[in-house]
Design a protein around this ligand. Structure first.
Ligand code: ZN
Ligand code: ZN
Length: 429
């Protein structure tokens, strides 16, 4: 067994992060040439070192992994399912917003005889994708993921001041991990070959569990532009791929690539990198927030309303990259309050582009928390937040120019800074 360590620079930055975040490693084969490869959990674009073919990794629901067991001749292996969640939880109470970053696993079947979580092993071992040809008995998950997530939100919410007005989970990596066991008079962990229980209860019968038949949940698709056939570009963890030939961007929907609306703010000469943001137009009910003038009122900004502000439509903004929760919320609020209105150009910028790693769905989850972050005075939260509905209507991916300083990227027009170290660490979120 190989213990995986994250690079030391990341570890030292992670100290103020409370948790050390580890990316799972997954063993698999190149879909083209069969060469063995190791993927990181966050990898989407796979470039084979042997046949040089690029492919994009997709799943029809969530990734199904299994932990490989040591050779146990003549043992009938039983794979027990665990949900795993990695992401940010936000809780909004009367006095403000609290956040937690969590990386947790829990039984997908309520079964006291089995360990309640995968434990730290999933972070210390290489996993494989569960496939139809895996030998063993797979137990069928009984608890749905939402219930699992609710349990965790409740647990984290217990210690928080009441009432909790709104909560959301963002940037989530959700997967199902099967862990191997075998049975004698006791239940054995098939990785460690050690019993996990003393004696099993008399009424324990493995045949009482429903069986599942794993199928291939993943697919590697070609990274040729569906529009012009050119090679799509992106970094290994990119959720959005770009075509520089026909100026298009693409994101996964089910097992297909779909075209995405995008644009950039023209930067000045010294701007070094473009960071992606989601700009979201939404129908909002329960509060009057349709224009820039409404935003000034809702956020109680010290500005004198000018004529014409009523005609500037309000839009939400959210980072389109994973970053620690506090920074994420700050960037979302700050950009939304700024309402960048500069003229956009519907092309990929020529400079360096930071990869889009936060899917639209996750950005949409963040909208109400962003609103709660800037609503003033705070007491209006208790009165109004629960009744507010936000229904996203259209989304544009906007690349925003940042200058490069020693330690951070800086966007002077909207007063945004992103620490480079924090950004590097966030790659694993
Ligand atoms: Zn290959
Ligand atoms: Zn193209």
């Amino acid at each position: 067994m190989k213990i995986l360590l994250i690079p030391s620079t990341v570890t030292s930055a992670a100290k103020n992060f409370k948790e050390v975040i580890i990316n799972l490693l997954i063993e698999h084969q190149c879909p083209q040439c069969g060469a063995p490869a190791i993927l990181e959990e966050t990898d989407r674009l796979f470039a084979c070192q042997f046949c040089r073919v690029n492919s994009y990794l997709m799943t029809d629901d969530v990734f199904h992994y299994l932990l490989p067991h040591s050779p146990n001749e003549n043992k009938d292996i039983v794979y027990f399912p665990y949900w795993r969640f990695k992401g940010m939880l936000f809780f909004c109470g009367p006095s403000g917003i609290l956040n937690r970053f969590v990386d947790v696993s829990h039984q997908a079947i309520e079964a006291p005889s089995f360990p309640s979580s995968v434990g730290v092993r999933s972070q210390a071992m290489k996993l494989r994708f569960a496939t139809a040809d895996t030998v063993g008995r797979f137990l069928k998950p009984q608890q749905c993921f939402d219930k699992f997530l609710n349990t965790f939100q409740e647990r984290f919410g217990k210690s928080l001041p009441k009432p909790i007005l709104h909560q959301s989970s963002i940037g989530e990596t959700l997967s199902l991990i099967y862990s191997p066991f075998y049975l004698t008079d006791r239940l054995y962990d098939a990785i460690l070959c050690k019993p996990v229980s003393t004696k099993l209860p008399d009424d324990f019968n493995i045949d009482n569990f429903s069986e599942d038949h794993p199928h291939r949940h993943i697919q590697f698709v070609s990274t040729l532009c569906p529009n012009c056939g050119w090679n799509l570009e992106g970094e290994r963890d990119a959720w959005v791929l770009g075509c520089k030939n026909c100026n298009s961007t693409w994101y996964p929907v089910g097992k297909k690539l779909k075209q995405l609306k995008f644009a950039y703010f023209p930067g000045k000469k010294d701007e070094a990198i473009y960071l992606p943001f989601w700009r979201i137009k939404a129908d909002i009910t329960g509060i009057n927030l349709e224009s820039y003038a409404d935003l000034i009122a809702v956020a109680n900004l010290p500005k004198v309303a000018q004529s014409g502000w009523k005609d500037i439509p309000f839009r939400f903004w959210s980072p389109a990259f994973k970053v620690r929760p506090k920074v994420f919320l700050h960037l979302a609020s700050q950009t939304t309050l700024s309402q960048p209105g500069e003229k956009l150009i519907s092309e990929l910028p020529a400079a360096r582009i930071y990869p889009t790693t936060l899917p639209i769905k996750e950005a949409v989850e963040s909208l109400k928390i962003t609103l709660a972050d800037f609503m003033k005075p705070r007491r209006t939260l208790v009165e109004r937040l629960r009744d507010i509905r936000i229904d996203p209507k259209s989304v544009t991916l906007v690349f925003m120019p940042f200058k490069e300083g020693h330690h951070e990227f800086i966007q002077p027009d909207f007063h945004l800074t992103v620490n480079k170290n924090v950004l590097a660490l966030s790659k694993n979120l």
